[in-house]
Design a protein around this ligand. Structure first.
Ligand code: ADP
Ligand code: RBF
Ligand code: MG
Length: 845
């Protein structure tokens, strides 16, 4: 290929050399063809980067001979090399080659020598003695090499030393410190062998210890004595006790380490030991001005219990906390704030911790945020934070635990002299965040409560807003997305199990939903101890199931969605793992469905079903549209995986409760089809909502009023009359969690407007799905035991979490107003006369 014009050559040599310094050397050689100037310059490049990744011997040999040749070539050219960077998978057979290169570096007086020699442990390259008497090296980074029998170290110019994955014994530490009068920076990454990191007499001002390899007990102790160190960082994973013996000149400390969780039998006093370690560190770092704590330390802090704080950081002016705002960490966060009351700047990095997370032994204290009726931050003394001027929040992605906004609000309330709070808000539309009832909820809540910090400027910066792709077609999954197949499965199981003398208790549902028939069958056979093989079970069960296909109900919102899309001419396909004939048999009973789909693809029409993308790609092909122009709606994880792999946008509608957090690859997770917002995907919006409500095909539920959670009137000031779960859980399972409204008939009393929530009340995180009807009428008494009948006529919103009780209550009152007004509309008012509501005292008995 002819190069039109050699623009590179017109660049100044210094610029070209700078570019060369970043390139691996083989690229430098290769690209020299592109540019005339390059050709003469490359051998003057003073930075040599030799990087090679493949591990096979053939390619390694080629690489080694390339380095050999390059160095000979450069040697002849007698140029000045200042950095050599070698990074390749070392093998013992290359020892003499590497030694030649190292000696080349020594004789050419390079200033920087990096040897990143990954290897299998026994192959570690032994650093040659010559290297330890050197006055030109200023910076080195050695990984996976070996020190051996070094008597003296003399590094007259060395300023930075990084060693990784190497044994570094105490005597070697001393030799290095004594022999390197200019050494300022020392970093040890996952090294081992040292017990005393004694830097006395040296000039090291920054020390980083990143993990410690190969020690597994807390009895082992490492002492750090580093009187000159100004910046200290402890990070990575430790398994032993660390003592900071003398760090009196430290001004900035980062405690971002975590511990390897010990084996079960060693756990009993693990946190106590952790507290001791941390407390000792506090003692040594009391004077430090700038302190950063990682999530681990905060968790240890939180485990302290509600007693007094045995430490303080009186000099700390800038505190950085790397922690999500969750119940689990709150006590720790509060305690750290308490102990540093001369703060000028607070930085909170809300990202999740790096360390493994599944084991948590701090008991989750419910309602930790308000202890004795006080919100946590009000536990800080009145004169706390008088100097606090700036708060910076990074990694904020909207509400996750629901406590974030509450926490920030309280921070505004307690800090009297705050000048600015900057929130770097990453709004990725991420599915894990709890849906906000309103878009500007967070900013609004914060703007409304400036509290004592009247002059604080609140800056909320959107750091990242991912644009959603626009769709022009829709592909739908069938079972669990459009059809309530699981409901019918449960019904048949009930009958089936009776034959074997067992009783279906409904609690098994989660084990069946979303599974393949074989997996589900195996679970049932095992759980109920049936005298059948999985295959036998299926042979008996399947005919019963297919008999019932006509009884599979459409899920709420399915008909609405299909009719709407068809009405607007949006191309639609159906893609299901079940066989084509089963699909046809199932949708036969739903008028208008079959004609709405321009393509139907069954699991038996492709080589591999979901999670393979094939089924979706096939659907796109049949519609002769580009895969990327589709929105897929799916309820199962394999389905979401398949659709993403097909390059499509996916909205997940999980059919199992409280599972939305596992659908991490979906573009959005919604609670039910009722909450689908097509306009977000560039598709025509639904237009059937009236005055904030969505009309539903009315449905009924009723029974005697029983005692509920005992918090409706007490905690919220909103009484909700609970129904007995017996008998109604089946009806409830058909209806998605959310806020609904309608009419309530109370035996012998009358008919009233009612607004209700159905679900698990995320704010209280109930374990059972309940219905909580609030009758919009003032009763002067309780009516436990009386018969209550409800006709549900419309839907308002999905259930949500809230940062505080006040915001939850506020929202429920908004719902009340919406319901009260809507129920006056003729289309809802007419159901007031429904005979189901007119129950007399006699009927009840
Ligand atoms: P529970 O723990 O039983 O849910 P609540 O504090 O929620 O207690 O109060 C609900 C009870 O309050 C109902 O069972 C009913 O007897 C009574 N009650 C009084 N007024 C109302 C109302 N307007 N709506 C619902 N329940 C009410
Ligand atoms: N609880 C929640 O956790 N999230 C909600 O979005 C929610 N919405 C509600 C809406 C209405 C109209 C009512 C009456 C209650 C709602 N609740 C919600 C439930 C409330 O927390 C519940 O009534 C109390 O837990 C009493 O048991
Ligand atoms: Mg109640």
């Amino acid at each position: 290929m002819a190069v039109a014009s050699d623009r590179f050559s017109s660049l100044p040599d210094s610029v070209l050399l700078h570019i060369l310094s970043f390139l691996p050397f083989d690229d430098v050689v290769r690209t020299s063809r592109l540019c005339k100037q390059w050709r003469t310059l490359w051998c003057f490049s003073s930075y040599l980067n030799f990087i090679h990744r493949p591990k096979d011997l053939v390619s390694l040999k080629k690489f080694v001979s390339f380095v050999d040749k390059s160095l000979i070539n450069l040697h002849c050219n007698c140029n000045t090399v200042s950095r050599i960077h070698l990074d390749f998978p070392f093998k013992r057979c290359f020892t003499s080659d590497v030694t030649v290169w190292v000696l080349f570096a020594v004789s050419h007086k390079v200033k920087e020598l990096n040897l990143i020699l990954a290897n299998d442990a026994e192959d570690a390259y032994c650093l040659p003695k010559r290297l330890f008497l050197n006055s030109s090296l200023e910076k080195v980074n050695w990984v996976s090499c070996r020190f051996e029998k070094i008597e003296v170290v003399r590094w007259d110019s060395l300023r930075e030393l990084r060693i990784g994955s190497m044994e570094f014994r105490d005597d070697m530490v001393r030799k290095v410190v004594v022999g390197s009068p200019c050494l300022e920076f020392l970093e040890l990454d996952n090294c081992w062998g040292f017990k005393r990191l004694d830097l006395v007499g040296g000039k090291v001002s920054k020390l980083v210890v990143n993990g410690y390899r190969e020690v597994s007990t807390l009895d082992f102790e490492v002492e750090i004595e580093a009187p000159c160190v100004k910046v200290l960082e402890l990070k990575g994973c430790f398994r032993m006790n660390i003592q900071l013996k003398n760090v009196m000149n430290c001004v900035s400390a980062k405690l971002d380490y975590h511990f390897k969780i010990p084996k079960e039998e060693e756990r009993s006093n693990f946190y106590e030991q952790q507290r001791h370690i941390l407390m000792a560190m506090f003692g040594s770092l009391r004077h430090v001005k700038d302190v950063m704590f990682g999530t681990w330390c905060i968790e240890v802090m939180a485990s302290w219990g509600m007693t007094c704080i045995p430490f303080s950081m009186t000099r700390c002016e800038c505190l950085t906390l790397h922690t999500p705002i969750q119940e689990r960490y709150l006590a720790g966060i509060v305690r750290l704030l308490q102990s540093s009351f001369n703060l000028r700047k607070l930085i909170i990095h809300m990202a999740p911790p790096y360390f493994e997370f599944e084991t948590c032994f701090v008991p989750v204290v419910h309602d930790v945020y308000s202890v004795g009726g006080k919100f946590q931050l009000s536990m800080l003394s009145k004169d706390w934070g008088l100097n606090l001027k700036k708060v910076r929040v990074c990694g904020f992605e909207g509400m996750r635990s629901g406590l974030e906004v509450l926490f920030l609000r309280d921070l505004l309330l307690v800090s009297a002299n705050l000048e600015e709070m900057v929130i770097e808000w990453r709004r990725s539309g991420h599915q894990n965040s709890i849906p906000d009832p309103s878009d500007d909820f967070v900013t609004e809540s914060l703007l409304n409560v400036r509290g004592r910090s009247k002059n604080a400027i609140l800056l909320s910066m959107s750091v990242e807003r991912t644009l959603k792709k626009l769709a022009s077609g829709v592909i739908l999954d069938l079972d669990g997305t459009l059809l309530n197949t699981d409901g019918v499965v449960s019904e048949i199981l009930k009958v089936f199990l009776v034959k074997y003398g067992k009783q279906w208790d409904g609690r098994e549902a989660p084990k069946i939903v979303g599974k393949t028939p074989t997996e589900a069958a195996a679970a049932v056979v095992e759980d109920y101890g049936l005298p059948l093989s999985t295959d036998e079970f299926l042979t008996q069960f399947f005919p019963m199931l297919s008999d019932q296909w006509r009884n599979i109900k459409a899920l709420p919102g399915a008909n609405r969605l299909i009719n709407h899309l068809r009405g607007h001419g949006v191309p639609m396909a159906l893609a299901s793992n079940s066989s084509r004939s089963n699909i046809e048999a199932k949708i036969l009973h739903h008028p208008g469905w079959k004609e709405s789909f321009s393509a139907i693809v069954g699991g038996d029409e492709v080589k591999a079903g979901k999670p393979s993308p094939e089924i979706f790609l096939e659907a796109a092909k049949r519609l002769t549209m580009d895969p990327s122009s589709f929105l897929v709606i799916e309820d199962s994880i394999p389905g979401v995986t398949a659709a993403k792999a097909a390059g499509m946008a996916v909205v997940a509608v999980p059919s199992l409760a409280k599972q939305s957090h596992v659908y991490t690859s979906a573009d959005e997770v919604i609670n039910s089809l009722l909450d689908l917002q097509l306009e977000k995907w560039g598709l025509p919006a639904f237009q059937d909502r009236i005055e904030g409500t969505l009309p539903l095909e009315p449905w009924c539920i009723g029974g005697p009023v029983i005692k509920g959670f005992g918090r409706g009137s007490k905690v919220l000031g909103i009484p909700t009359a609970n129904l007995s779960p017996e008998g109604y859980s089946a009806i409830l399972s058909e209806h998605p969690a959310g806020v609904y409204f309608g009419w309530a008939g109370l035996s012998g009393r009358g008919v009233y407007k009612v607004v209700m929530s159905i679900g698990w009340n995320p704010y209280f995180n109930n374990t059972e799905k309940t219905i909580e009807p609030w009758l919009l009428h003032d009763f002067n008494e309780d009516f436990y035991g009386e018969e209550l009948h409800l006709v549900v006529v419309g839907y308002i919103r999905p259930e949500a979490n809230f940062p505080s009780l006040e915001t939850l209550i506020g929202k429920i009152h908004e719902d009340r107003k919406i319901a009260e007004r809507a129920l006056e509309l003729p289309q809802y008012l007419k159901y007031k006369d429904d005979p189901y509501l007119k129950i007399s005292l006699h009927q009840e008995n």
